[in-house]
Design a protein around this ligand. Structure first.
Ligand code: ZN
Ligand code: ZN
Length: 442
């Protein structure tokens, strides 16, 4: 019998040794976690190199890989996921970039970045500035749109006739006191792709220059200056992504998939591969998220007949970026308290892991592997590990070290959805009654 699958990703779960905790935050927490330890003890564990050993993944490349997509062939670039996650309308072939409202100072003919987040501008000020920029973009007939999203952030969409490309470098240099950069085509591209990248870069550079022109003397910024606040006088864009119809998760794996997530990026990745959203009130993608509600959302999705449910929890990563290792451990304990409900479901395989390790000592993603546990109420193999953490999963994990791209095939096998190697399945594009293949008509 086919089982259903629940994939729980605790963002940035893995970490480094923190002296004050005498272990990693997960190791520290695992002295008290109950459900995670039960999963490790009665299930199977190991470590995952999500992309490759020593490569710190970004969250979107990590999730894309875990869902079984090939980064070298199918990756669209981050901006597309951001746009989808923020419900910004985008058509096939268009390119989206994330942007920050930032503070720059003009010196000679260069714009020097003084604050990449313009004093974390938000609310009405940010909205009004983005609106003013959109007005100027429309008046000039530039084929682009700007949308404000959260706080100092927004999304820039490049439109227009002609082919566009995601292969353009960032305007944002990702640091302060250096000049704003010119968007340029990637070095390794040529031919039609190069022409498309040149066209895309031209529009991005035009919008960037226009943003300084429009925003620098805007009344909102004059007012901010009077109050001693940094001006938000430019938009710094990054992470170009192209809207492409991807092979859906269902086409790839034959499962109807749903997701429960709060952060826009994760919603975007899940949406891009065709997963359906299970809305949860108060799922914010922050440490104050509605954890209980999210678990109820997973249960609702299982009851509604979805074969695969992806649950994403972001707080673990955010706390690591803020270098709050103890708070990260406490947050893991909070998660552990609500996960128990999932273990009660019959005929389901659950995997718990992270998308990458995030060092709460340095506040950034690192290339160390993350722990994983596969659990099913009906028992797969008992690993007999007493604590779910990086060290025990490495020392006693029955699975050893796997790759991020191994997770989906393993889940397929453990849920009785896979065919013996060497058998010839039907072409994957056709799905009938939950199975791949075209039924023979009489
Ligand atoms: Zn992440
Ligand atoms: Zn992160």
């Amino acid at each position: 019998m086919k089982k259903k699958v629940i994939l729980v990703i605790l963002d940035g779960l893995g970490d480094e040794y923190i002296p004050e905790l005498n272990g990693t935050p997960l190791e520290y927490a695992s002295n008290e976690t109950v459900t995670l330890n039960k999963m490790a003890n009665e299930g199977m564990c190991g470590l995952v190199n999500v992309i490759a050993p020593g490569i710190p993944p970004s969250s979107d490349t990590a999730h894309f890989t875990i869902f079984g997509y090939d980064l070298s062939k199918e990756y669209t670039g981050r901006g597309y996921f951001e746009a989808l996650g923020a419900n910004i309308p985008i058509n096939e072939g268009e390119v989206a970039l994330r942007f920050n409202l930032a503070t720059v100072e003009k010196s000679n003919n260069l714009l020097y970045i003084r604050d990449r987040r313009a004093g974390r501008i938000s609310g009405k000020d940010a909205e009004e500035l983005v609106r003013a920029l959109q007005k100027a973009i429309s008046e000039r007939g530039i084929p682009a749109e700007v949308h404000h999203t959260l706080e100092h952030r927004g999304v820039l969409v490049i439109k227009g006739e002609g082919k566009l490309s995601r292969c353009v470098s960032d305007v944002d240099p990702h640091e302060s006191n250096v000049p704003v950069l010119k968007a340029m085509p990637f070095e390794e591209i040529s031919g039609e792709e190069l022409e498309a990248a040149k066209r895309t870069a031209r529009v991005i550079n035009e919008v960037t220059k226009l943003s300084y022109e429009v925003l620098n003397d805007h009344p909102v910024n004059r007012e901010r200056e009077e109050k001693g606040l940094p001006k938000a006088n430019i938009i710094l864009s990054r992470g170009a992504g192209i809207a492409i119809k991807l092979t859906t998760f269902r086409e790839k794996w034959g499962m109807n998939a749903a997701y429960v997530a709060g952060g826009p990026l994760y919603k975007g990745v899940a949406k891009a591969v065709g997963m359906k959203e299970i809305y949860v009130e108060g799922a914010t993608g922050t440490v104050n998220t509605n954890l209980k509600g999210k678990i109820d959302g997973v249960l609702r999705a299982i009851d509604a007949g979805y074969d695969f449910v992806f649950l994403h929890i972001k707080g673990t990563d955010s706390l690591s970026h803020d270098k709050k290792s103890r708070e990260k451990a406490e947050f893991i304990l909070k998660i552990d308290k609500v996960l128990d409900k999932l273990l009660e479901i019959d005929d389901v395989v659950i995997a718990v892991t992270g998308d990458h390790s995030t060092s709460s000592r340095m506040g950034r993603h690192i290339g160390l592997p993350v722990p994983i546990a596969f659990y099913s109420k009906s028992v797969i193999r008992r690993n007999g590990i007493s604590k779910f953490n990086e060290v025990q999963c490495a020392e006693k994990g029955a699975l050893g070290v796997i790759k991020g791209s191994d997770i989906m095939p393993m889940l397929l096998d453990l849920s009785n959805r896979t065919m013996e190697y060497g058998l010839r399945p039907s072409p994957k594009k056709v799905i009938y009654a939950g199975a791949f293949g075209e039924p023979l008509q009489l």
